[in-house]
Design a protein around this ligand. Structure first.
Ligand code: DX5
Ligand code: ZN
Length: 223
């Protein structure tokens, strides 16, 4: 077990909070500012009550950055769209267990394409879903807000879940990323890290900050 303070922290800014009129510039700026991944929230107006953007936007941005594309699918039914995001340049694809009838098959499909596969847990979703799918999982994404919108407040009710998942991951026989998504700020990042997170998804607190590099370094705990 690695102590929280010595665990390297991955920062993944969420494009949802970027200026949609200047996406190429925003992605270049966030890469130059030290982001590790680019988090891409895909919303269909059905699984969640908001619409964001689709694979065409990923494909257009793919040639402008080397950042890994961390795709968070909030669409249902999800399976018919996996290949579109794989082809558009996704490196990681995370999906909600509620978004399709065969979670195991969806994870296998992502893995067989050579991509990292993730499961997203909504605030009310139990980690039990991982018990029989952990072998196919590279990323566990804990929602610390209800999915659909940026700028919401961090749900501290999810901290025990993060700690529970950290114990599960430490006992697993392969490396698994533990990411937290929603309401990550300078105040809540230390709580998520202390509970066991190694990856922070942050939209508002990075893309709405005056200095992206400073915002990223602060969340990482460096300054
Ligand atoms: C919410 C998304 C988040 C969102 C985070 O459904 O999954 O990734 O962009 O935004 P902030 O950091 O503003 O809470
Ligand atoms: Zn997200």
């Amino acid at each position: 077990m690695v102590a929280p303070q010595s665990r390297p922290i991955t920062i993944a800014p969420s494009l949802l909070a970027a200026d949609f009129g200047r996406l190429q510039e925003e992605v270049s700026a966030i890469e130059a500012a030290g982001a590790d991944w680019l988090h891409l929230d895909i919303m269909d107006g059905h699984f969640v009550p908001n619409i964001s953007y689709g694979p065409g936007v990923l494909a257009a941005l793919r040639k402008h950055t080397k950042l890994p594309f961390d795709v968070h699918l909030m669409i249902a039914p999800v399976d018919a769209y996996l290949d579109a995001f794989i082809d558009a340049g996704a490196d990681h694809i995370s999906l909600h267990p509620e978004a399709g009838p065969n979670l195991h098959r969806s994870l296998q499909h992502i893995r067989h394409a050579g991509k990292k596969a993730g499961i997203v847990l909504n605030p009310a979703t139990s980690p039990d879903v991982l018990e029989w799918s952990l072998d196919l999982v590279d990323i566990i994404l804990v929602m610390s807000v209800n999915p659909g919108f940026g700028g919401q407040s961090f749900l501290t009710s999810q901290l025990p879940k993060i700690a529970h998942l950290r114990r599960m991951i430490d006992a697993a026989d392969h490396p698994i990323t533990l990411a937290v998504d929603g309401g990550i700020t300078t105040a809540t990042a230390p709580l998520a890290i202390a509970a066991g997170a190694d990856t922070l998804i942050a939209g508002t607190s990075v893309f709405r900050a005056p200095d992206y590099a400073r915002a990223i370094a602060t969340l990482r705990g460096g300054t």
